[in-house]
Design a protein around this ligand. Structure first.
Ligand code: CP
Length: 316
């Protein structure tokens, strides 16, 4: 059974194939075609043990526009709140006959564990601080379309310098993005304050071929794209350092930094945004902001992923 648990699960060629299908799915999204029958008769369950706005609703829309029956289950309101284990929850829903599972969980590795318990495709919708592969795919797809003037032209990311800035220690979006952007030939520079740079990043950066920096002002004049990541206060049990004020001064995409940024540089943020902390309202709403393009791409990418995993053809 094929799963999407990590960007390690897909080759550069498969990512390109997913992008080309996603581009076709945009027709459905533009409502030129109301629905595709591809997953008629299939049932997909969204199991969300951690909160979500974008990922959960876009997986639901994606499944429905492919004519699948979609069920949503979250920890609140399910028997997980009574202490039922993840394994019992997963085995219970698969015994009902679901054809695919989409799972978000606060524990790193949860999706991998679930994939060992079931014999239907599992999609990782974010597992703790580990990976968020569909987010990375939609980010790369957004950038590829941006640099390819609307097409998903192969090679459009080749040699582009992309800064990923923020709370990298806690970011599954960062961990998935360094892999997918490297596969597509982009040059990533990871920027964070020393306290929010993952430990052992030096060896990791060497292995995965990305650069690191503590100095956002030095990096910004040289980038083709900038991805701002959320400060994840909910994962900071040991306190909050630097302070919000210090963080914004050193690492926020402030109005002043926006003014110095080349106009053609796309600004990404996976959301939810802490406006005024890692990104100013001016930057979030700037002409160069592609934040809502990312959201829109999320539906097309998730349609593509569900189609390739569940349509019953050897397409991925
Ligand atoms: N980007 C992202 O995963 O957003 P949600 O947490 O709202 O799904």
């Amino acid at each position: 059974t094929r799963h999407l648990l990590s960007i390690d699960d897909v080759t550069a060629e498969e990512i390109q194939q997913l992008f080309e299908t996603a581009a076709e799915m945009h027709d459905v999204q533009r409502r030129e075609v109301k629905k595709l029958p591809a997953l008629r008769g299939r049932t997909v369950i969204n199991l969300f043990f951690e909160d979500s706005t974008r990922t959960r609703s876009s997986f639901e829309i994606a499944g429905k526009w492919l004519s699948a029956d979609v069920i949503n289950l979250s920890a609140k309101g399910s028997s997980a709140s009574k202490g039922e284990s993840l394994r019992d929850t997963v085995l219970t829903v698969t015994a009902m006959g679901v054809d695919g599972l989409v799972i978000r969980h606060s524990a790193s590795g949860a999706a991998h564990q679930v994939a060992q318990w079931v014999d239907v495709p599992v999609v990782n919708a974010g597992d703790g601080m580990h990976e968020h592969p569909t987010q990375a795919l939609l980010d790369a797809y957004t950038l590829q379309r941006h640099f390819g003037a609307g097409s998903v032209e192969r090679g459009a990311l080749e040699g582009r310098r992309i800064a990923i800035v923020g709370d990298l220690t806690h970011s599954r979006v960062f961990r998935s993005n360094v892999k997918s952007l490297a596969k597509l030939g982009a040059e990533v520079v990871a920027v964070a304050p020393p306290t929010l740079m993952p430990s052992g990043v030096g060896e990791w950066a060497k292995a995965d071929g990305f650069a690191t920096s503590y100095d956002l002002d030095e990096v910004l004049p040289e980038v083709d794209g900038v991805m701002m990541l959320r400060v994840q206060r909910e994962r900071m049990s040991g306190g909050y350092f630097p302070s919000p004020r210090e963080y914004t001064v050193g690492y926020g995409l402030t109005r002043d930094r926006l003014r110095r940024l080349d106009e053609g540089v796309p600004i990404l943020h996976p959301g939810p945004m802490n406006r005024g902390l890692e990104i100013s309202a001016d930057a979030a709403d700037a002409v160069g902001s592609v934040v809502l393009d990312q959201v829109s791409a999320g539906v097309a990418i998730r349609m593509s992923v569900l189609y390739h995993l569940l349509a019953g053809e050897e397409t991925l």
